[in-house]
Design a protein around this ligand. Sequence first.
Ligand code: AMP
Ligand code: MG
Length: 417
Amino acid sequence: MHKNIKNSCVNDFDPSALDEITAIKQILKSITAIKKIETINIMDSLGRIASKNIKSSINIPSFRNSAMDGYALNIENLKKNKYNLKEQGISLAGQAYDKKLKNKETIRVMTGAVIPDNADAVIMKEMIDEKDGMISFPDFIQKNQNIRDIGEDITTGDIVIRQGRQINYVDLGILSSLGIRKINVFKKPIVSFFSTGDELIAINKKLKKGLIYDSNRYLLFGLLSELPVQIKDMGVVKDNEEVLAKKLKECAKVSDIVITTGGVSVGDADYIKSALRKVGKVNFWKIAIKPGRPLAHGKIKNALFFGLPGNPVSAAVTFQIFIIPAIRKILQMPHSSKLTMKAQVKSALSKKKGRIEYKRGLLEQKDGINTVNTTGLQGSNILSSLSKANCYIRLSSETEKIKKGDIVEVIPFDINL
Ligand code: AMP
Ligand code: MG
């Protein structure tokens, strides 16, 4: 264990690399939105994307009802009767009292129960006095208090789900409250992926010197599993241009998106670019972000291609920054700008000018003050520091030195990177 050695990767800077924003724009420009839809039960729709607006055909509530356990009354009657009324009946949720209130009458009502048409206030049970079936009320009563009006939540014709919305638990509540059992969603785009590298072995084999377990495929599987896509694990391919080209073609035939990891840099065994050129089109392959740098983007027939770097942290970060927006666009989801926060760095940071850097950080909040520290070695092979992180510290392209106590931008995880 050499935990206190410096990062093994020296900072270098490539002026021909594309900046993050331009790269995202180019990716988004190359995308055609998915058209295919399917009709599914709402119970199967969590996380799926609505393919058209859904309107309500009813009002919620659909009848005037009580917001409290209490007494429904008519304020004019109440005043005429000097704030004393006779308890005439009871309206329970699901068992309505369906007569009008007469001059001297009040009825007991439960939360959610229908109230008489001419009732214009409900008084909480705790506010009244009861004696021999006669109820005396306080004299400060406001019109319509504790009455839930027709359509106050959702009105007939309201759009309750917009096209491109990812269905969540609230939507399940809303759809079912409207009596909607099935909805139209976009079909899941098919995403196939494979790892590349002669050094990779399967996790059920014994390790030998010079070999490593193929972990990227599992990492990618995890990242993809959180998205409304159909996942096709295409295994591992050796560093061989012919074989890679054949595999890319095979994947593109059955997928909307093809993702690879490794072999995309300038090493002697990096064949992704040349293989892609054989079977498709390379759009760009270098980006000015760290971790990341080599990232190939292109097309193979109609399939979108992403060649992610082999280093696991680079693969994860580039997936989050470039592939998630691409999948969102394919599914016609609205473009989401990242929610960021400001925090004070607990120790000095440094970086090279000319590229954006995402450092793995631990964000803490104490007495309303946000502080952040890096979580350890920041090499793009160091997955353990990503595992300890709860945010990325985003350092702009121009930034060079950050002193202890400076304010930096952080992107908390689980929000929207
Ligand atoms: P490459 O981009 O192929 O040059 O790989 C960069 C680094 O990532 C090397 O140290 C590789 O061994 C490592 N790497 C590549 N693919 C994987 C993988 N599937 N799982 C874990 N590490 C990988
Ligand atoms: Mg390799």
